[in-house]
Design a protein around this ligand. Structure first.
Ligand code: TMP
Length: 212
């Protein structure tokens, strides 16, 4: 994407990896450096995207894998056109709670959709737009599940998948982090301060590079 002056940063991980806590930290880190920041999420971030999200997450509503894949990209197309691209063009840094790596992990790894098909949709929807930096919070699926159990709400459609599905998702994320240098894989079981120290270092590097 030419003419872009902001940065796109995504946060990824299996359910219960602690993305929400760390997203707030990243936002704070940038705001303190006078960066204009937009925090958003996928699926979601627009009116249509949030409506698609509620269908996608509804545990009472079975959805075929291909439909699920297309809905993720439909929400993403709307998000990019209406929110992400205009923000990046205006110099805003966009912090996104999940992006296309989640599609490779959940619909690719989890549902077994061929990653070449995902690549086709990625290209159609995003052109050359990719995150500048991605933090992957990795942790054993069982640990994520234990953390989620503490929450006072029912499980969504992805949380209610079996353990094998979640393990395939984790593995797909890990494999992707080995082939994509922009993905920084972090041990999500470490204390919050240790994770955020590493995040701050990496974000600081990107911030300094962008100021050159
Ligand atoms: P979360 O935002 O609370 O993590 O929930 C979003 C859920 O949607 C999560 O279980 C992962 C799933 N998801 C996909 O399956 N594919 C995608 O492309 C994205 C963005 C999310």
């Amino acid at each position: 994407m030419n003419d872009v002056i902001g940065k796109l940063i995504s946060l990824e991980g299996v359910d219960g990896a602690g993305k929400t806590t760390h997203l707030a930290y990243l936002c704070d880190y940038l705001v303190k450096r006078q960066v204009t920041v937009l925090t958003t999420r996928e699926p979601g971030g627009t009116q249509v995207g949030e409506q698609l999200r509620s269908i996608l997450l509804d545990a009472a509503q079975p959805i075929a894998p291909l439909t699920e894949l297309l809905m993720m990209f439909a929400a993403r197309a709307e998000h990019i056109q209406k929110v992400i691209r205009p923000a990046l063009l205006a110099g805003t840094w966009v912090l996104c709670d999940r992006f296309t790596d989640a599609t490779y992990a959940y619909q690719g790894g989890g549902r077994g959709i061929d990653s070449q098909n995902i690549e086709v949709l990625e290209h159609m929807t995003q052109g050359s737009l990719r995150p500048d930096l991605t933090f992957l919070l990795d942790l054993p699926v069982e640990v994520g599940l234990r953390r989620r159990r503490g929450l006072d709400r029912s499980q969504d459609r992805f949380e209610s998948q079996d353990l094998e599905f979640k393990q395939r998702v984790r593995l797909a994320y890990l494999e992707r982090s080995e082939t994509e240098p922009r993905i920084l894989c972090m041990d999500g079981t470490l204390p919050i301060e240790a994770i955020q120290y590493e995040m701050g270092k990496k974000l600081g590097q990107l911030f300094e590079e962008s100021a050159l």
